[in-house]
Write a protein that binds this ligand. Structure first.
Ligand code: TLP
Length: 344
């Protein structure tokens, strides 16, 4: 059978042979008792890399973000975030349903909010308003097209949040993509954040898991929320081992995914009937807007699927192509060739 080129997401990456081998050998214990040595090692490594005091291994990015919101806020608080952010749109409303917070959303540019927009969104005390206690930034911005907040931008936004008494949580599901793109250490990039959630199961290629980092007090409180949500782990060192391997070996190679995304975007950009927002192609995501009125995203995705290429449908007029470890430069050539034929 011909290879399926799966560009739906970097979540589809499969653990490689080496990773599986190390997972099989991992030392384990009961993590609810704090006795899984491999999880403890992953949490220590994650905290060090992020420059924070402590870390918590979570089942998913969704769980990790929800725990962060629960830990930073009280019911009835307002959280400020970009409208297209994953926490706002793609986490089944957990922040509202479970944490009981009110989203105050900003429509940013390519998923990113500006200092000016943030200042406008944070309202002065008024009897009518909920108390805003948390700012969530997403780096990279998924639905913004993989766009990156720089160190400077993060600092400026964090300063505004701090001045107004808000904590800053970074949904850094793809923070390593951002750091690799900017050629800075991930610690520098999240220096001003009170907490960061990052995913091991996306471009880093581990099968499961995200890590939440912050101060020791924050993580102690977060650990109780993880237990409350049913996320207390037992002998999960097996999966944590994959995360350690990923953090130690697979960060630098994200550059390849970025090169492939760039190559794809440049290859598709001159095709008639579609538009590629090239300025957003900084990391591993390429958004493709369909401009032809005789075609829509559902049909194009279906046709591509029949030809062995899988992509995500964002809406009727937009597709998302995500590059990752299981997609090669040759695969990108194939995708460009197929798209050229389809749109000729
Ligand atoms: N994103 C997934 C889908 O849920 C859309 C994807 O394919 O991109 N934050 C961001 C920025 C994310 O992109 C995601 C997953 C999450 C959080 C949630 O992570 P998981 O899937 O581990 O719950």
């Amino acid at each position: 059978m011909e290879k399926i080129i799966d560009l739906r997401s970097d979540t589809v990456t499969k653990p490689c042979a080496k990773m599986r081998e190390l997972m099989a050998q991992a030392e384990v214990g009961d993590d609810v008792y704090g006795e899984d040595p491999t999880i403890n090692q992953l949490e220590k490594l994650a905290a060090e890399k992020m420059g924070k005091e402590a870390a918590l291994f979570c089942a998913s990015g969704t769980m990790s973000n929800l725990i962060a919101v629960l830990t930073h806020t009280s019911r009835g608080d307002e959280i400020i975030l970009e409208k297209s952010s994953h926490i706002n749109l793609n986490e089944v409303g957990g922040a509202a349903m479970i944490a009981g917070v009110m989203p105050n959303t900003i429509i940013g540019a390519n998923g990113k909010v500006s200092v000016r927009q943030l200042k406008e969104a944070i309202r002065p005390e008024n009897i009518h308003y909920p108390k805003a206690t948390l700012l969530c930034l997403e780096n990279t911005s998924n639905f913004g097209g993989g766009t990156v907040y720089t160190v400077e931008e993060t600092k400026e936004l964090a300063a505004v949040a701090r001045e107004k008494g808000l904590k800053l949580h970074i949904d850094g599901a793809r923070i390593f993509n951002a750091a690799v793109y900017l050629k800075v250490s991930v610690g520098e990039l999240v220096l001003e954040a009170d907490s960061v959630s990052f995913c091991l199961s996306k471009g880093l290629g581990a099968p499961v898991g995200s890590v939440l980092v912050g101060t020791k007090d924050f993580i102690d409180k977060a650990r109780k929320y993880r237990k409350m949500l049913g996320g207390g782990l037992r002998q999960a060192g097996i999966i944590a081992r994959a995360g350690i391997y990923a953090l130690e070996n697979l960060v630098d190679r994200l550059e390849e995914d970025h090169e492939n995304a760039r190559k794809l975007a440049l290859g598709l950009k001159s095709l008639k009937g579609i538009y590629i927002p090239l300025d957003t192609v900084q990391t591993n995501i390429v958004m493709v807007d369909i401009e032809r009125s005789d075609l829509n995203a559902f049909e194009l995705a279906k046709t591509l699927k029949n030809l062995g290429i899988l992509v995500s449908i964002i809406n009727e007029r937009r597709l998302r192509f995500v590059t990752h470890r299981d997609v090669t430069s040759q695969d990108i050539d194939v995708v460009i060739e197929v798209m050229e034929k389809l749109l000729a």
